[in-house]
Design a binder for this molecule. Sequence first.
Ligand code: TYD
Ligand code: MG
Length: 461
Amino acid sequence: MAKKNISVFFCQNCGNETSKWSGQCPACGAWNTLVEEVVDKATVKTRAKVSDVKPTKLIDVTTSNEMRISTNIEEFDRVLGGGIVPGSMVLVGGDPGIGKSTLLLQTCQKLCNAGTNVMYVSGEESLQQIKIRADRIGTFNDKLDLFCETNLDTIKAVVEREKPTVLIIDSIQTMYNETVGSAPGSVSQVRESTGVLMEIAKGIGIAVFIVGHVTKEGTVAGPRVLEHMVDTVLYFEGDRHASYRILRGVKNRFGSTNEIGVFEMRDTGLEQVKNPSSVMLDGRPDNATGSIVTCSMEGTRPILVEIQSLVSKTAFEIPRRMATGCDYNRVNLLVAVLERMRDVKANKSCGIFLGRSDIYVNIAGGIRINEPAVDLAIALAIYTSEKDIAVDPGVIVFGEIGLTGEVRSVSMAEQRVTEAKKLGFNKAIIPASNLPSVKSIKGIDIVGVSNIKEAVDAISR
Ligand code: TYD
Ligand code: MG
């Protein structure tokens, strides 16, 4: 067959492929994300004869006893679901400069110290640059092989010869495959490179870590296009100007996805944060209004965070609403619930008027929380700021709020209250329907509330 190169258009946001250019991606709706790439369509793979292919019975499938390699970094192991699975592929995504290379180099150090052979392939930094970083982190033994290369065919050949147990590719956007015509970092290169790495991982059972930069604009293909190809997707997030970093699992074929690992960036690399609650509550103001502590579950782990709110008279035609660390629309909804608050017992309305107020809500510590269990704390933070009530610093609040102002039960109430007690809180305001699950906890005053009015009364006391 004559070779024929065909132009196709890839969306740099979602990876969708179309044959014609258009301003908006027909799949994800993003604007100006379609980029032309030349694809070699002539390589048609030879298929096995259909009559030779047979499905396997589930009971006949044997699993090799899944052995995990510990990274010896507890926070990292937790997010991975208990350690590295041989032959798996892990994508570590995040903004440039957040600390992905640092985290993986530290993992190399720990793995090598435990006797594992590791190969670190860098397409971004020179050997000297890696050495300088390694010197900040600490001492390394001779188990780590460094390799500065971007050609995947070379990498594949070297890996197959050296057979390391763990392979690290930093980063996928710099890798290129000669058979693909487009530039490194384009969707087809990133996809094809991941395919080659997948062959290496599954073929010889090497665990592969891929670093992927997340970019806002479509100049380099984001790691989103390869999320479905890899086994595990981890995102490293946090404010680059703050020192705390959160490693969050968003997909994991070998474990739970809700787990997070918390790290602090020091001048000697990343340090694990074993007790994030006390870190998140660090520097909490005394006798402040509009400050409420709540407990959010991140996977199996309770984390206490402080919700702050500031309500002030607006100087604008339309009042400003701002939410940092939580969902903006959720805040608007809670404001509406507070405005329509009802005293159910007296059967009368007791809402507060917020239509002429600017409202700012912030979760201290730079963490993002999307769990509805923090609703009650957000609502009470807004209420106490508006009413100028200084809340007792020993109170913790959690609960989901429904549209009629009812406080609904949340999962794992017991763990939340226990964590609060451990950190010295003496009163918990929780959904009334969660009371039975926490009645065995002693030494902390527990108040059950069934609607927002009762919660407001409990906090104002
Ligand atoms: P890096 O791992 O290079 O980020 P990424 O690979 O995600 O792009 O981390 C970069 C930042 O971390 C850089 O701004 C310097 C800082 N850093 C420290 O503060 N302490 C350290 O010990 C190291 C190695 C880096
Ligand atoms: Mg890097």
